[in-house]
Design a binder for this molecule. Structure first.
Ligand code: 5GP
Length: 115
């Protein structure tokens, strides 16, 4: 079973794609939590951070550099932004295809609610 994000990567499901290359695809979140809310996903299906192999080090670094470049092109590099990767239950991960959230365009408040 391929994930929703694999369907987007493969062009089977529509999305507002803002960047793609041979390793990653970036598209706007369907339910944005901030004026800029982009998801950067590996083209290859990797369920969670736990499933990254040591050989994926360059891919993981590439995701971060794509986020850096998108923050600049979105005009939020100087005002600031947040990068988030949720993992499994306590991380509230909903889609089990690794993705890096790029959020910005408004003050985002404290990092995690202290309950
Ligand atoms: P997670 O909680 O797994 O870290 O985040 C999943 C994100 O994917 C959510 O912010 C959700 O709004 C987004 N999302 C879920 N389904 C779709 C979809 O079909 N298209 C797009 N563009 N985003 C989606």
């Amino acid at each position: 079973m391929s994930t929703i994000f694999s369907k987007i990567v493969e062009g089977e499901l529509a999305a507002d794609i803002v960047y793609r290359d041979d390793r990653v695809t970036a598209f706007r979140d369907i339910n944005p939590a901030a004026p800029t809310h982009i998801l950067i996903v590996p083209n290859r299906e990797i369920p969670t951070v736990n499933d990254l192999a040591d050989e994926d080090e360059a891919l993981a670094g590439h995701m971060l550099l794509v986020a850096r470049d998108l923050a600049k092109s979105e005009g939020i590099a100087e005002s600031g932004y947040r990068l988030i990767i949720n993992c499994n239950r306590d991380g509230n991960q909903e889609v089990f295809h690794l993705h890096l959230h790029l959020l910005g365009g408004r003050p985002l408040g404290g990092m995690v609610k202290r309950t």
